[in-house]
Design a protein around this ligand. Structure first.
Ligand code: HEM
Ligand code: HEM
Ligand SMILES: [Fe+2]
Length: 481
């Protein structure tokens, strides 16, 4: 039975090279995402900034669509990266996989250029097909949707065929099943109806059932793989945790969907269903948190008992990002999610900066962190080094980015709090109330702090790119010495 994973067995594999292609595009889109966020943040403070040149709605749209797309790229990259390690064979269909990569990348480029050049215009049937579908987070027009489905089918076929050919580990079994659900859900966001309640009803299937069910299972599998690979965690233990997490995530995440059905015209029974199941969602997140820290501590303890100098972490930065993931997922999704998930609370917080605070910490904590960790594993594989220690740049990157995002979250939470008290509770949530609340000092200062923290995040990102470009070479030189 496969227990540990050799660092270098598949170092030069085609699958891992393909993974690196996905990681490179992912990091470029991550950078674009942050720049768009900075533009949108400045527009909160100076509404005339780039007005009618690059409007807030466009900056915001590119910000969050780039977010989703870079994460999907990094997820596909992660799968191509771990596939040979887990199956013990080279990935099937690499040629087709590369073709799919180029098709997808060309499509993404065209979609973004259209977003940027065609910012206003009529909303006709052809708009949905050619320009913009108008569904937050997944705004790509329908031609691109269809292209994405084809590309994902190719990807899935490669993964499935490789899985059938090689070893079938628990981690992979979970991953293969989860990917099918993840890809299938995308279809729910492709149909158009002019009833806005129905449209939103299905749209949430993509967004919520991705981030609170299928993506969470996905990162659970990545964390399990990462722990086996980096600290030699016992496979029986990480896989046992993984199965428990899968059970709990699907248990709470699917009906937790109800917390988006409180106020969109769906039947009122969703209040009870949404309240109960979404309130349970933090439970599996605690399990994931304990899982990472427990395994880490256990390995450390075992090493000590054997009189070794301590735990050998084969990839310092990747491990640091996985641990940050355990904390970030729990805080951003679990705690900040729970804050506003009961209908009695959500009636006041719905759509305020409170939601944005949760959105930032959850996406960052649960997904950005572990995907960056996978990129570090990718670099280690590309240079074929046994051990990659954190550098000064690695530390600057993780500290500045995490500090920046947590700072943004706190600032937005304060802005949201002010909106709840002034706009909602005191002034009754009308149109005027919205503007009154936006102009009061607590709100304005919070937006200033968010922008400052955004700049810090961006500086951290520069360190991250610099580190990813240099750490492999440095580790190789250190190994040779
Ligand atoms: C990693 C997992 C998660 C991510 C990435 C995430 C992200 C988000 C984002 C981006 C939104 C805003 C959607 C919009 O534009 O309208 C949102 C809304 C919401 N999330 Fe999460 N979330 C996660 C997990 C959770 C969990 C576990 C809970 C509850 C315990 C939760 C509760 C909510 C609620 C109640 C809303 C609606 C806010 C409103 O009414 O304005 N989320 N989430
Ligand atoms: C340079 C750093 C960043 C800045 C300045 C920034 C700024 C912004 C701004 C101004 C918005 C629009 C908010 C609104 O409509 O009220 C936004 C939305 C959003 N950003 Fe960022 N952002 C940054 C980084 C990130 C990161 C790292 C993530 C996640 C990994 C992220 C995820 C999101 C999400 C999910 C939304 C939609 C939230 C919602 O609708 O509730 N952002 N961001
Ligand atoms: Fe949700």
């Amino acid at each position: 039975m496969l227990t540990s994973i050799k660092t270098n067995e598949f170092a030069g594999s085609e699958s891992k090279k393909l993974a690196m292609m996905y990681f490179r595009v992912a990091i470029i889109l991550f950078g674009a995402q942050l720049l768009m966020g900075l533009i949108a943040a400045i527009q909160f403070l100076a509404p005339n900034f780039l007005f009618e040149v690059f409007d807030f709605n466009v900056a915001r749209m590119v910000h969050i669509n780039a977010l989703v797309v870079w994460m999907l790229y990094a997820m596909i990259g992660s799968v191509y990266y771990l596939l040979p390690d887990e199956t013990g064979v080279e990935t099937v269909g690499i040629g087709l996989g590369k073709l799919a990569f180029w098709v997808l990348t060309a499509a993404v480029t065209v979609v973004v250029l259209v977003f940027i050049f065609i910012q206003v215009g009529p909303g006709k049937e052809s708009t949905i097909w050619l320009i913009n579908e108008g569904r937050e987070y997944i705004e790509a027009p329908r031609w691109a949707d269809i292209g994405i489905v084809v590309v994902v089918l190719i990807f899935y076929w490669n993964v499935f065929a490789t899985f059938m050919k090689g070893r079938k580990t628990g981690i992979l079994t979970v991953l293969v099943a989860d990917l099918l659900a993840l890809a299938g859900l995308y279809l729910a966001g492709m149909f158009f109806t002019d009833n806005i309640s129905m449209d939103q009803y299905w749209w949430w299937w993509v967004i919520h059932l991705w981030v609170e069910a299928t993506w969470e299972v996905f990162v659970g599998a990545l964390a399990a793989y990462g722990l086996v690979k980096i600290i030699n965690a016992k496979r029986e233990i990480v896989e046992m945790w993984l199965w428990i997490e899968v059970l709990m995530l699907f248990g709470s995440g699917i009906l937790g969907l109800g917390h988006h059905y409180f106020w969109i015209g769906t039947p009122e029974y969703w209040w009870e269903i949404g309240a109960l199941f979404s309130a349970l969602e933090p439970v599996p997140l605690v399990a994931m948190f304990v899982h990472v820290l427990y395994d880490w501590g256990k390995e450390q303890g075992m090493a000590k008992a054997e009189g070794k100098p301590g735990n050998v972490v084969k990839n310092g930065p990747a491990m640091a990002w996985i641990v940050t993931n355990a904390f970030g997922n729990f805080l951003g999704a679990g705690i900040w999610g729970f804050f506003h998930t009961l209908p009695q609370v959500n009636i006041y917080t719905h759509g305020t900066q409170f939601t944005a605070a949760h959105g930032h910490l959850a996406f960052f904590g649960a997904y950005a962190t572990i995907l960056v960790g996978m990129m570090y594993l990718g670099v280690q594989g590309a240079y074929g080094v046994e051990r990659m220690k954190s550098t000064f740049k690695s530390k600057m990157a993780i500290v500045l980015i995490t500090f920046g995002v947590v700072g943004m979250t706190i600032a937005l939470t304060i802005a949201g709090y002010e909106q709840v008290l002034v706009e909602r509770a005191e002034l009754g949530a009308g149109w005027d109330a919205f503007f009154v609340a936006q102009n009061l000092p607590w709100y304005v200062q919070a937006q200033i702090w968010r922008t400052i923290m955004g700049v810090i995040t961006f500086i951290g990102f520069v360190y991250l790119v610099w580190d990813l470009l240099t750490i492999g070479k440095e580790a190789k030189a250190a190994q040779a010495a």
